[in-house]
Design a protein around this ligand. Structure first.
Ligand code: NAD
Ligand code: TYD
Length: 351
């Protein structure tokens, strides 16, 4: 194997797409997927690659310092692509502690392990931290987030991610750790846990349950298809410059309510319902506390410097996403019933 790369959070939504891309594209790399399998981690996301010879799954928690040290000792990683995180804003509002532990302390553990095990010999090494556009705060009607926008996080989730971003940069300035960062907008696609807006709405529409829209549904997000994010991560890992940050986004802003109308239209077609039937399920509910109004990413830097661009129009991506959830009913049902949590036992423990 020419390189051993640690991917953290590889059993989650974005991480599983990154793992799949890397194990298929880089047969000469060994990919180690480290994941604690929290409620958001699901090895059923990776059944297609589970038995690849260049792939290994390791169950473990990034907040456990001795465990992290032991895997750095064991594998001698060339690079780290760090996605493991608590990622849901609503959960961060009801229980911020887990976000502080995983997103901040867990990241510091990885930074320390990389620093200690690479021992100042950073040639060919890379620590790649995956972050979010939410660290920049909330926009009004105009403007976009650039890499130079000041940080202004406003939820416990975004504050914990902002804190980890600062620490990653501090390790570069202080210890010369070769880091690179990306801040991406909202992702959508298959394998996303159905607590996030799009998969939650698809599941509710399918089951004729109400679609909860926070506040007036006027908040705006910039949506990017998850495979486009995975391709950007591949590019930045291999071609990004040390010490740089790249913003990644879909140039694709949608008001929540407009997005849900579009989704309902697609679902009506797919489910053979009369046009307008699914939209009757829309229900306005109490707003999220501190709900950020608008996110929009200026991704011109990664487009110009690394040649990345989104590959899909939103309507095409949304239709693909709907198809994925309708075609993967067992995946969804196993999450809803909690059965997916047994998969690890069956796949890895009883063998
Ligand atoms: P996710 O919640 O689907 O997956 C997170 C994964 O991390 C899960 O597999 C979980 O088991 C694992 N994990 C959580 N705590 C852990 C711990 N203490 N130790 C080891 N593993 C742990 O999240 P996602 O949506 O795939 O996001 C991945 C990364 O991308 C996160 O860092 C997130 O901040 C960032 N991001 C997400 C989005 C988005 O729209 N989803 C956008 C931009 C950036
Ligand atoms: P979400 O998918 O949680 O992503 P984020 O909060 O990280 O942007 O939410 C996307 C948008 O949808 C956000 O403005 C909150 C809103 N939302 C709802 O209106 N209803 C819901 O049930 C959820 C989960 C989100």
């Amino acid at each position: 194997m020419s390189k051993t790369v640690l991917i953290t959070g590889g059993a989650g939504f974005i991480g599983s797409h990154v793992v799949r891309l890397f194990v298929n594209k880089y047969a000469d790399y060994k990919i180690v997927n480290l994941d604690a399998l929290t409620y958001a981690g699901n090895l059923e996301n990776l059944t297609d690659v589970a038995n690849y010879s260049n792939y290994e799954f390791v169950k473990g928690d990034i907040t456990d310092i001795s465990f992290i040290n032991s895997i750095f000792e064991k594998y001698n990683f060339d690079g780290v692509i760090h996605l493991a995180a608590e990622s849901h804003v609503d959960r961060s509002i009801s229980d911020p502690g887990a976000f502080i532990n995983t997103n901040i302390l867990g990241t510091v553990n990885l930074l320390n392990a990389a620093r200690n095990y690479w021992k100042g010999n950073f040639k060919g090494k890379r620590f790649y931290h995956i972050s979010t556009d939410e660290v920049y705060g909330s926009l009004g009607d105009d403007g976009m987030f650039t890499e130079d926008t000041s940080y202004d996080p406003r939820s416990p989730y975004s504050a914990s991610k902002a804190s980890s971003d600062h620490l990653v940069r501090a390790y570069m300035h202080t210890y010369k750790l070769p880091v690179v960062l990306t801040n991406c907008s909202n992702n959508y696609g298959g394998n996303q846990f159905p607590e996030k807006l799009i998969p939650l709405a698809i599941n509710n529409i399918k089951n004729n349950k109400s679609i909860p829209i926070y506040g007036k549904g006027k908040n705006i997000r910039d949506w990017l298809f998850v495979n486009d994010h995975a391709n950007a991560i591949d590019l930045v890992y291999h071609k990004g410059k040390n010490g740089e940050t790249y913003n990644i986004g879909g140039n694709n802003e949608w008001q929540n309510i407009q997005l849900i109308y579009k989704l309902c239209e697609i679902m009506d077609l797919k489910l053979g319902r009369e046009n307008g039937e699914s939209a009757k399920l829309i229900t306005f509910v109490k707003d999220r506390a501190g709900h950020d109004m608008r996110y929009a990413i200026d991704s011109s830097k990664i487009q110009k410097e690394l040649g990345w661009k989104p590959s899909l129009e939103f309507e095409e991506g949304l239709e693909k996403t709907v198809d994925w959830y309708l075609d993967n009913e067992t995946w969804l049902n196993n999450i809803l019933s909690g059965k997916y949590e047994q998969y690890y036992e069956e796949q890895y423990v009883k063998r």
